[in-house]
Ligand binder design. Structure first.
Ligand code: NCD
Length: 296
């Protein structure tokens, strides 16, 4: 039975390892199919619509690439704050009602926590949360999980460090609970101002680095700060330089949801431990798995 069918994806809190297993397996099938340029179009005539009120490169385009590869029709509003009727004062509730008639699935990003859920409650088609402010970004977390499992073969027992802006970073909000559910040991590394709301967070990356299997770096989310002085003070605190890697395991993998600003030295890109570009590429097969399961 396909439990994803016609379901919205709002938060990783709705997920269990049993629910995710078929998706992770299917994502691997799609990844191989893409590599072999196979035709993976589904038979149904379905369409999806991306509605993005915040900037995006990877998330929107990897969703659209995934949908195109599956043979779906794609409608796209990339700058919805200005280019949709939101600019004229239309509510999210009304937008949800209207868009349900134009596509079979809505993929949405918005600056307010809870906004995607609100739209989904007024939509008759499933809605995927592609980032609601500092809330969640569940499909990014799924592709992060897929990437770690792909590299290590297994998740249980891995020591994963989540580092940077754990307060406003929505990807880590969705990822933390998945890593714990899959049996990883997680160390959260951030200054007190950027700590996780409900998970013990410690201060020193240098101290934790040697014992990590995975280091997941994040950008300090400038756009979420009310106090720009605080942003200036904390932004340089947590960065990884190439020389830091001499203290890390040879088997370490460095991930980052991207975009990066200054928290990952460009000199790391050529090191075999850098894995963030492969991670970003995994957005396509993982999102193909999600779209096809919801719409089949
Ligand atoms: C992240 C996001 O938008 O939350 N980017 C992404 O989706 N890959 C991370 C970020 O913007 O820092």
């Amino acid at each position: 039975m396909n439990t994803w069918r016609n379901q919205s994806v709002l938060s990783s809190a709705e997920w269990t390892p049993e629910l995710l297993r078929p998706l992770l397996d299917l994502a691997l099938v799609y990844k191989k199919a893409i590599a072999h340029k196979e035709d993976v179009r589904i038979e149904k005539q379905v369409s999806c619509l991306t509605l993005f009120y915040e900037p995006s490169t990877r998330t929107r385009l990897s969703f659209e690439s995934a949908a195109h590869r599956l043979g779906m029709q794609v409608l796209s509003v990339a700058n919805a704050g200005h280019d949709s009727s939101a600019f004229k004062g239309e509510t999210l509730e009304d937008t949800g009602k209207i868009l349900s008639a134009y596509a079979d699935l809505i993929i949405m990003r918005h600056p307010e926590v809870g906004s995607v859920k609100r739209l989904s409650e007024n939509s008759s088609v499933p809605v995927i949360n592609a980032g609601d402010g500092a809330g969640e970004h569940p499909t990014q977390a799924l592709l992060d999980l897929f990437t770690i499992e792909e590299v290590f073969g297994n998740l249980r027992g891995l020591h994963v460090g989540l580092c940077g802006d754990l307060k406003y970073g929505r990807t880590v909000h969705s990822l933390l609970r998945l890593l714990l559910q899959f049996g990883c040991k997680v160390t959260a590394i951030a200054p007190p101002e950027l700590a996780f709301p409900n998970f013990e967070t410690q201060g020193s990356l240098q101290e934790v680095l040697p014992s990590l299997d995975v280091l997941y770096m994040t950008r300090v989310q400038k756009e979420r700060f009310q106090d720009l002085e605080l942003y200036e003070r904390v932004k340089a605190n947590y960065s990884l330089s190439y020389s830091d890697l001499s203290r890390a395991k040879k088997t370490l993998k460095i991930l980052h949801p991207l975009p990066r600003v200054n928290e990952l030295d460009g000199a790391i890109d050529g090191d075999f431990r850098a894995h963030y570009f492969q991670q970003a590429a995994n957005g396509v097969p993982v999102r193909m798995a999600i779209l096809s399961q919801i719409l089949l």
